[in-house]
Each structure stands twice: as C-alpha cells, then as structure tokens.
Design a protein around this ligand. Structure first.
Ligand code: DGJ
Length: 722
C-alpha cells in the first residue's frame, strides 16, 4: 500500500510507495525542496535528513545547497532552469510563497486507486500560481509528477497583462550524492531506433531533446541513472520518463560534488508560451521510479506501470495481424488485397491491415495525402467489399491513415494551402513530398476528427494504424500573431492529436489503434495512453530488431511492441535470415506478418502457420508476463536470450538467438531468472524435466540448430514442488 503523509512541524511531505520513499519539504523561504528519493524511510528519518547531510556548497553548480522540486529561475540559482517566467514588467525569476496542500484518493484507470498530493504555491509578488502535482499507486513504485501554472488575474483586472513562460518543466528529480554516476538512454535514427547507451555521466549538463514536434527517432524521453555499480539483477537505479509526444527536453546535470539533477518537460529551448490573465498551463506527466533491483527490475516495474496505469485497454489480447506494406508498398488494389487476405487467414492471422495507397491519388508518396476517399480505380465499389471479405475470412479489418499530413499535390492542399505549418516569407520545406497540417488550428482538428469519425462509422473498421511521417518545419501560424502565442502551437498540436484519438476511442469503443511515426518516431507514455500498440521501427531485419527491441523494452512492455515477420532478404537491409529466427524475434513481442506471402514457398507458409499457432499458445505470457533479459545483445556475435514468466508463474518462455556460430564458443546453457528453486519444470516439447535450482544455478541447455542464425523457443511448465 502507498501512503502520503504530512508533518506540519517541519513542513515535510512523505510519499511512501510499496518499496520506496520520496520526501520534500518547504524551507524557510517557502521554496519546495527535495529531501529524499530511494529506500523506504520513516517520517522521523526524512525529517532528520536536512540537518544531518548538508551536501555541497552554496556556490555549487546549481547554486542552492538543496535542490528545488522544480528548478526555478532567478536569484542565486545557476542550474538548468525548469521553470522560467518573464512577467509583464520584464521581471524574471520566482520567489516562492506557500498557499496550501491537499492529499486525496482517486480512481485511476477505472480500477486501482491512487493517492495525490497537490502542493499549491505562488510567486511572492506577481499573479502566478504554481501547483506541484504528485500521484502514487498502490501497486507501483512509479511516482507521477507534473506542474500547473495559473495566471491569477482575471481578464478584467487590466493592470496586469500576459506573462511569458520561457520554460515549464513537469518536475525536477534529484538523486543522492554517490561516488560516481552513469547515464542510460537510447539514441537512434530512422530504421535504427532505440539503441541503448549506458555511459559514464558527463560532468556538466547533458541534454536529451527533440525539436521536431514529435517524440523523435533520435532520442526517447527517458533516462536511467545509476552509480555505475548496478547490473541487470542488482543495484540502485533512478529513472524518469516523460508522457509527451511532441518536442521535449530532459536535462541531466552533474556537479563536481557528484550530485545529479534531472529536469524534464515539454517544449524545446527557444520557444515560449504566453499566459494571459485567467489562463492555465498544464504540463504532461514526468514519472519517476527508484528500484534497487538493477536494470531488469527497473524495466519490469515500468512495464507493469504501462500495463496497469497507462494503456487504455491493457486486457484485450493483441491479435496476430498481417500488414500489406512491405508486400505491395503503394501498389494497392482490391484484387491484390483480397489475395493477401486469403493467404493471411489461412496462416492463422486474426487482423488484416491495409497500409498506405488506398485513397485519393496516392499511387506514390508524391500525391494524394489529405484526400481520404478510396481511390475509385483501385476500389471501384469503395472499401465495403474488401472489408466484407476480410470479415468473412474471420479476420478483423485495419486501415492505415496519416491524418496530420498533406501532399501539396492533393485536393486538400489546393483548397486549403493555409492549413499547413508555415511562416510568411519562408519556403515550405517538403519532407517525403509532404507538409504538416497545423493540428493546433481548431478547424483543422475538427476536419480531421470528422473524416476519421465518418470513416470508422461508415465502415466496419476494427483497427487504425495512425502514422506520422515527418518532423515539423517552419512551425508557424501567421494568422495567430507574432507575440509569442504562436509558439503555443507546439503544445496545442499534440493536445489536439490526443483529443482526436481519445474522442474516436470513446465514440468507437471497439476500435483499436496502433501508433506509428515513420517507424518508432512517436513512441512515448503519452501516445501509449491512447493506443494499443506501437510500431518500433521500419527496419524489420530480425538481427537489427534484436538491438531495437532491447532498447525499446528498457521502458515499454512487449504487449505494445509490434513485430512483423517479413521477407528474406530484408527489404531495408538486404540481409537474408532464416524464417525460424525471424519468427522467434517477432514472437517475443506482438507477433505479426508483413511479407509478400504470394512469393513464399509452401514450406515457408507451413512453417509460419505453425509458429503463429505456437505464438497464440504463449502470447499471454509474452504480452503480459514479466520479461527477464538473460544476456546483452550488444555483445558482438553473442547469444541473446530473454525469458518471460506468466503472471501466475506457471509458464516460462525462453527465446535464444545466436546470429553467428564459432567452434570455440558453444551457446548455452543459459541461466534462468525468477525460477522457483523448490519446483520442477518440464519442457513442453521434449518432455524433459528440470529442477528449478539447476535452471537457476547451471541454466537451461539450449537446443540450437547448427549454423548461423540459430534460435530456439523453449516453453517450460512448472509441474510441482519436488
Ligand atoms: C511509414 C510506416 O512506418 C510504414 O510501416 C508504412 O506505413 C509507411 N509509412 C507508409 O507510407
């Protein structure tokens, strides 16, 4: 059980989660100061902390001896500001005044109850209220935090006018002094997303950011920090993740005194937001997690949080889908799709998804985006007959859309060229021959909602793949004025995307949505709060996917990780990989098929049908179970192995992949995690039984075929305590 308590004598709040504590207090100036984040402590212990430990000097890198809960700007603070405001008279900086607090119990996600703390402060002189929000759950050590800013004047009180918000982070997270620090995060690019990096944390300021209007392929909004002594199974790890799908910034500061501060929120450097009298600015959740079970426990705690607190529909099993993109690209028509659908159904596929190319003049990426009616030459009777056929074959029907985009060569752009992001007197930069519609505009957002709503109302569509294939450029809205309020589009755009998806889901409760952005360009907790799964990368090469999936699952669970089995050689990398290896990689996430089935041999079709059937037997464990990394795929030519354990611990699934073989390095056995030493386990295929104690101490012998790209899938049933 979690708890939030307050001690009036020291003005200290203690947030206790099942395995951790977090504490803050007000100092003599009313500044909200960080006290503790880590091991469970009592109120008496956290109250003693500020007097016992006075780390740093007043002139250390952040200025203040004690970190503030949100790194305000001004005075003797010199760190990265998390809250930076310019008032109407030009005054900058914050001087705190305490207003009050509230602790409350709430429903979360319709079932689990959560506790919240609202700490209300304001600027001592200017009409700005600053509220710090905290939320804890009874079944999680994740602490959600955010900030709201309120311009306290009403519109009639004309002596005060708009203030400028130069930075409004959601939260600052302070870590204790340690001898050393290491930073973990992911870097990437198109077709090479979520490459895990875990390096010594540089002294000074490290900025992870996206200035693209989307989460980005190049970084993902989370960090994982440890004192350099954690490993997969042991050690203290502090991590934080932002629930936002537009531009963002997380700054990690390390002083020579080895204190570390993390501040993060939406927006990138250089944009500012105008706050008019009576207006409120709400920031997204920046969630934090402390674990003392190493990187493995950290990832599993985030997975559980996503499953229990973030996903809108965690309970529905993710179906095996077929997606036609790699088979046809833009060469889409009813006859071709019917043929693929028949083949997919015969393999056990449950959801058939038609990708790009079905609408307007979209026969290549150069035209048609924005004209969302079926191409009459390709679908003479509309989508109805194909959808009917897909349903007759026993599958759900899914459709690709990219609502936020327009090709200049489209009817939409010819009639609404002012609808795109643009500045006066500036080129409109095209990427993939497309421009970005300004979703911050209420008329554009209403138009998008209306055609999407009609599409899913008029057709029996079970699933949308919502794509977004380029970053912002010339992010302007000339009609909206030049006084700083136009920068608000970076936020309003994302909020309107969220609002459209939320409304579609509310009005069409059976509709499922996959998030996609040219692969994994918009994967984050904000998108996961309104989608069912996400597309991690356009790179479907199974070997590359091992690394991408390793980075992806540091934070996000297998339940949301779409993974297609595609053709060999792979269309992106040209690499040839045997089918069983490709299947096993996909089966460790949400398995799907994405190859050109019309060219697969009977032998391949039989093999993939068998793997699909086998996946259905184990997918509850893969999608909902606990994931244990048994090896590190970044070790060249090494063995990669992961284990999934079902929630009731009766089923254990172990995948092993050995891309290359060496006579001097025979793979396995692989030591399992989380096996009960008192129990026996039986291999479902071979019937061989193992003592749990031996699986943990010596490992599972691997039955890997010879040659390169060897892989195995072992399913163990717990049979009894011996
Ligand atoms: C990018 C996506 O990631 C692909 O899967 C595919 O849907 C294309 N867009 C279609 O244009």
């Amino acid at each position: 059980m979690s708890e939030i308590t307050f001690s009036p004598g020291t003005r200290t709040w203690l947030l206790s989660t099942p395995h951790t504590s977090y504490a803050l207090r007000l100092d003599a100036t009313d500044a909200p100061c960080h006290v503790h984040w880590g091991e469970p402590l009592t109120m008496a212990q956290v109250e003693a902390l500020p007097g016992m430990y006075r780390p740093g000097r007043t002139d250390s890198f952040a200025g203040r001896r004690i970190a503030e809960e949100i790194a305000a700007d001004g005075g003797d603070r010199y760190g990265v500001p998390g809250l930076q405001v310019r008032f109407a008279d030009g005054t900058r900086g914050i001087e705190w005044a305490y207003l009050g607090y509230e602790i409350a119990e709430h429903e979360s996600n319709g079932q689990e109850s959560a506790l919240t703390l609202e700490l209300r402060l304001r600027d001592r002189h200017y009409p700005l209220a600053i509220t710090l929000h905290y939320r804890v759950f009874h079944d999680s050590d994740v602490i959600e935090r955010s900030l709201t800013l309120d311009h306290m004047r009403t519109v009639d009180e004309t002596e005060e006018s708009a203030l400028s918000v130069l930075r409004a982070d959601s939260a600052g997270w302070a870590l204790p002094m340690r001898a050393d620090y290491r930073g973990g995060h992911v870097v990437g690019d198109w077709a090479a997303e979520t490459q895990l990096r875990r390096d010594a944390l540089p002294w000074g300021e490290t900025v992870l950011t996206s200035r693209r209007g989307i989460t980005g392929h190049q970084a993902n909004p989370w960090v994982m920090l440890d004192a350099g002594d954690a490993d997969e199974r042991r050690g203290q790890v502090w991590s934080a993740a932002l629930a936002w799908s537009g531009s963002w910034r997380i700054a990690v500061q390390r002083g020579t005194d080895n204190r570390v501060l993390v501040t993060g929120g939406f927006g990138h450097d250089g944009v500012s937001w105008r706050l008019d009298p009576g207006e409120r600015l709400t920031t997204p959740t920046f969630a934090g997690l402390y674990t003392d079970g190493g990187f493995g426990a950290t990832s599993r705690a985030w997975h559980e949080y996503v499953l229990h607190q973030v996903l809108p529909d965690p309970q529905t099993v993710r179906p095996v889908l077929y997606n036609s993109w790699e088979a046809t690209e833009f060469d889409v028509d009813e006859a071709g799709q019917r043929k693929l659908a028949a083949q997919a159904a015969a393999l056990g596929v449950e959801l058939f998804v038609m990708d790009d190319g079905w609408f307007g003049a979209r026969t290549s990426d150069r035209a048609g985006l924005g004209d969302w009616t079926p191409n009459p030459e390709r679908f003479p009777d509309g989508l109805g007959p194909l959808i009917g056929e897909v349903h007759r074959l026993g599958m759900g029907f899914g459709l690709w859309v990219e609502p936020e985009m327009v090709n200049p060569d489209s009817e939409l752009y010819r009639s609404h060229s002012d609808w795109v992001l643009h500045f006066d007197n500036r080129e409109r930069t095209e990427l993939r021959s497309q421009l970005v519609l300004n979703f911050a505009r209420p008329d554009v957002a209403a138009w998008a909602h209306d055609w999407l709503d009609s599409l899913v109302t008029e057709h029996a569509i079970d699933f949308l793949k919502w794509d977004m294939n380029r970053s912002f450029s010339q992010a302007g809205w000339p009609e909206h004025g030049a006084d700083g309020s136009a920068d608000g589009l970076w936020i309003d755009y994302v909020r309107n995307v969220y609002a459209i998806i939320d409304r579609l889901r509310a009005d069409h409760p059976n509709l499922r949505i996959e998030g996609c952005s040219g692969g994994g360009g918009r994967v984050d907790l904000g998108m996961l709060a309104r989608t069912d799964q996400v597309w991690p990368s356009d790179n479907t090469d199974a070997l590359d996917r091992l690394t991408i999936q390793h980075g992806f699952t540091q934070l996000y669970p297998a339940r949301v990780m779409s993974a297609w089995v595609t053709d060999s050689p792979n269309s992106t990398t040209g690499r040839a990989i045997p089918l069983h290896f490709r299947c096993h990689v996909a089966m460790s996430g949400v398995m799907a098929l994405g190859g050109n089935l019309t060219e697969w041999s009977d032998h391949e079709l039989r093999e993939v049908a068998r793997e699909v059937a086998r996946y259905k037997e184990i997918r509850d464990t893969v999608q909902l179970g606990a994931r244990y990394r048994l090896s590190d795929p970044s070790v060249p030519s090494g063995l990669t192995a992961v284990q999934y354990t079902s929630t009731d611990e009766s089923e254990t699934v172990v995948f092993a992949w050995q891309p290359t073989r060496s006579i001097s390095r025979e793979p396995g056995p692989v030591r399992l995690a989380a096996v009960d030493p008192e129990s026996r386990y039986r291999d479902r295929d071979s019937g061989r039984a193992y003592d749990g104690a031996l699986l943990a101490a010596y490992g599972l012998p691997l039955d890997l075929p010879s040659g390169d790209y060897a892989s195995s899938l072992t399913v163990l049933d717990r049979i009894s305590a011996h």
